[in-house]
Design a protein around this ligand. Structure first.
Ligand code: NAP
Length: 488
């Protein structure tokens, strides 16, 4: 996919997309005195500012969404789909620059950011095709006479809150489904990466989205989050972020009984069985683990290798990881950029220190480089309980071993999280047995890459509920209404 040669002046082109403003009901509100500074994690310099909106401005965005709801819901599905298709075209036309903007505010390498823009855009295209296919059902009544017509209708104005690790994809995965269903959205992007969301919003307006159907509200968590979760006008919250914050927001939504989608944290296991193709298992681990520098909710947090192949696997994995290139996100050949912030670096250091204290060993890496850059790291041994319960969110692969399939399954499931899991085996029966036995929403068999618009994305257990993308993703934005016709 990333076969594109980087065009010149990328930094400047990305920076040119920065809107130092919030978008409230079609009006751009510029950042004033009280603002959030957004920095570039690669050089730690401020890129720009977005406003800290007050509660009244958030309320204005909510009121605009409420006013826009009926007309947008009444717009023919075909027309909503055509808007989404135009938006997708504009995203494609601007994909190099949007990727540069992601690299600037998030730090992921430009080629990887381009992959994210295309992944983000695949949700817009996916839902553009679905907007005129939101049909219902005719059901014969249990009394044998009446006819029941079941319609699927949009849930109403939606609040969306998104994280920084995929500044484009986490936004479009929600917005495209909501617009397809006929729901306006008030979006609160992560404070670390608001500019990509604002640039996408500008393109949505250019593509013809009615004002009021999308506001992008920046500001303090408690002010913005409090208004969005507390408002009775907002009928649904779709949240992607940490489990801890998800629980808090779900509680805040309880008094108004909002529909909820919760895409939360993970601690994915990756199992390598002794019948696996080890090259495939190494590439799968590297592709899954080091995307976004290990800062993804689905990335393998703990690797378990069957005892017979542990030595060979570790040797190959260590050599492959040691060769990964860390550096400037805009430099050719760079595969890993900086971590998002100093807290992220401290967490990685803490997980390494605790693994060493528990008897683990470093096979490669383990050191912080300058600024927020960190060496890609492989460790072996120590206590896997840490990685069952805490996301590292950094470029560290902790490896443990197991003897039997039963043990592998038990250790994979020894976590309160249940988002993703990966297994590598050439035995189809084993793949089915273990895959069906793992408690997670997304299982990759012989692959480390599972994020795809066609794949129902979401978790179970403390990783949340709801599904995004796929044929199921639209259901989170629709409610069923029935009409019973008494027939004579
Ligand atoms: P986070 O701290 O939970 O923040 C996520 C979003 O929630 C941000 O926009 C944040 O705003 C906002 N927020 C935080 N506290 C809030 C509050 N009290 N009220 C309202 N909004 C609040 O998570 P993160 O560090 O950005 O992202 C990493 C986490 O996301 C990881 O746990 C990762 O696994 C998870 N994630 C899950 C998925 C999935 O699909 N399951 C995908 C990607 C990431 P500020 O930015 O202003 O703090």
């Amino acid at each position: 996919m990333n076969d594109h040669a980087p065009p010149p002046d990328l930094r400047a082109k990305g920076a040119a997309l920065i809107h130092e403003a919030a978008l409230v009901a079609g009006t751009w509100i510029p950042a004033g005195g009280d603002a959030i500074a957004v920095d570039n994690p690669a050089d730690e310099r401020v890129l720009g500012r977005v406003p800290k909106l007050g509660g009244d401005e958030v309320d204005r965005a909510i009121a605009a969404a409420a006013a826009a709801f009926r007309p947008w819901a009444a717009t023919k599905g075909k027309a909503r789909g055509e808007f989404l298709a135009r938006w997708a075209e504009l995203v494609t036309a601007n994909e190099d620059d949007l990727a540069a903007l992601i690299s600037l505010e998030n730090g992921k390498p430009w080629k990887e950011a381009l992959g994210e823009v295309r992944y983000a855009n695949s949700f817009i295209s996916w839902f553009s095709g679905m907007a005129e296919r939101l049909d219902g059902k005719a059901i014969e009544s249990a009394n044998g006479g009446d006819l029941i017509l079941a319609f699927r209708e949009p849930v109403g104005p939606v609040a969306a809150i998104t994280p920084w690790n995929f500044p484009a994809a986490m936004v479009t995965r929600k917005l495209a489904a909501a617009f397809c269903a006929g729901c306006p959205v008030v979006l609160k992007p992560a404070s670390a990466t608001p500019f990509t969301a604002l640039a996408l919003a500008a393109l949505a307006l250019e593509a013809g989205l009615p004002e009021g159907c999308l506001s992008v509200v920046t500001g303090a968590q408690d002010v913005v989050g409090g208004r969005l979760t507390g408002s009775p006008l907002i009928r649904k919250l779709s949240f992607t972020g940490s489990t801890e914050v998800g629980r808090k927001l779900a509680a805040q939504c309880a008094p108004t009984l909002k529909r909820l989608s919760m895409e939360l944290g993970g601690a994915a296991p990756l199992l390598v069985f002794d019948d696996a193709d080890l090259e495939v298992a190494v590439e799968g681990a590297v592709a899954g683990k080091f995307r976004a520098g290990g800062q993804t909710c689905v990335c393998p947090n703990r690797v378990y290798v069957q005892a017979g192949v542990k030595g060979a696997y570790l040797e190959k994995l260590t050599a492959r990881v040691a060769a990964l290139k860390v550096g400037d996100p805009f430099a050719a050949g760079v595969e890993i950029g900086p971590l998002i912030d100093a807290k992220g670096v401290a967490k990685v250091e803490d997980h390494i220190a605790r693994t060493l204290a528990a008897g683990g060993r470093l096979l490669t890496g383990g050191q912080r480089l300058e600024g927020r850059f960190f060496q890609p790291t492989v460790m072996v041994g120590g206590d896997d309980a840490l990685f069952c319960h805490e996301e590292t969110f950094g470029p560290v692969v902790p490896v443990f071993s197991f003897d039997t399939e039963e043990e592998a399954l038990a250790r994979a499931n020894a976590s309160e999280f249940g988002l993703a899991a990966f297994l590598f085996t050439d035995d189809l029966n084993r793949a089915m047995r273990v895959g069906r036995g793992i408690e997670a929403g997304l299982i990759g068999v012989n692959t480390g890459l599972i994020s795809n618009a066609a794949n129902p994305f979401g978790g179970i257990k403390q990783s949340g509920y709801g599904r995004e993308g796929s044929v199921y993703g639209i259901d989170d934005y629709l409610q069923v209404k029935s009409l019973t016709l008494a027939l004579r």
